[in-house]
Design a protein around this ligand. Structure first.
Ligand code: G4P
Ligand code: NA
Ligand code: NA
Length: 193
């Protein structure tokens, strides 16, 4: 998505350790006009795919998922994160290991919000190693629902999440895929659409 790539080039800040800061428009301050364009683009990419619900993960997935849902006209559920949980059958959970933040947590969704045979689109702002998205897919499948696809705003193509999830047969649509970035020169290269 050209508009997003331009914005990343203009306002993204590359940090050592392969971290791309986009907090001026994506995951701290949010540019809702841009979010609306991203919502339209996800709708275009998943045209003809039946979507009953969107699943995302707190915190920074929620804003974009809520805007995207307006184009799919469906509800949004966000998974919660917790260090420890008591599973009593009313909750579905999956373990996630964050490489960026070097910590482990559980992602949790109340089972009453995911129904068998529902078609669920996973939406998130970033994908690095894909652990969060994989955890969401695991929860959807534990509910006997279907993963209709995975929509990501920014995928770091040099990390392995995208390849791993596409290799498992999921349709992953990322609005911008970063192939390479250099914090020293502040240059970035995107995969061609
Ligand atoms: P993974 O899920 O793809 O394996 O990614 P990882 O655990 O490494 O990412 C952990 C968190 O860091 C995620 O947010 C993810 O969105 C974010 N992240 C990963 N790489 C980057 C990056 O280059 N730039 C920025 N800005 N964020 C990145 P989170 O832990 O779920 O936190 P929250 O912000 O949603 O609360
Ligand atoms: Na994040
Ligand atoms: Na996120």
């Amino acid at each position: 998505m050209e508009l997003l790539k331009e914005r990343i080039r203009k306002d993204g800040v590359m940090k050592p350790g392969n971290v791309l800061k986009v907090d001026s428009f994506l995951n701290h301050q949010m540019d809702i006009e841009l979010f609306n364009e991203m919502g339209k683009e996800f709708k275009r990419r998943f045209e003809g795919v039946k979507i009953d619900k969107i699943l995302t993960i707190e915190a920074s997935g929620i804003g974009i998922a809520a805007i995207v849902a307006q184009y799919f006209k469906c509800p949004v559920v966000f998974a919660k994160k917790s260090q420890s949980i008591n599973l009593d059958g009313t909750m579905l959970s999956a373990p996630v290991e964050s490489f960026t933040h070097k910590r482990k947590y559980e992602v949790i969704v109340a089972s009453k919000f995911l129904h068998p045979d529902e078609n669920v689109l996973v939406i998130d702002d970033f994908m690095a190693n894909g652990c969060a998205a994989a955890g969401l897919c695991q929860i959807i499948e534990a509910a006997h629902a279907n993963v209709a696809g995975i929509g990501i705003v920014i995928e770091k193509g040099f990390q392995h999440g995208g390849a791993m999830l596409r290799g498992r047969g999921y349709r992953v649509e990322s609005l911008a895929i970063v192939e390479e970035m250099d914090p020293e020169t502040q240059t970035i290269r995107f995969r061609e659409d």
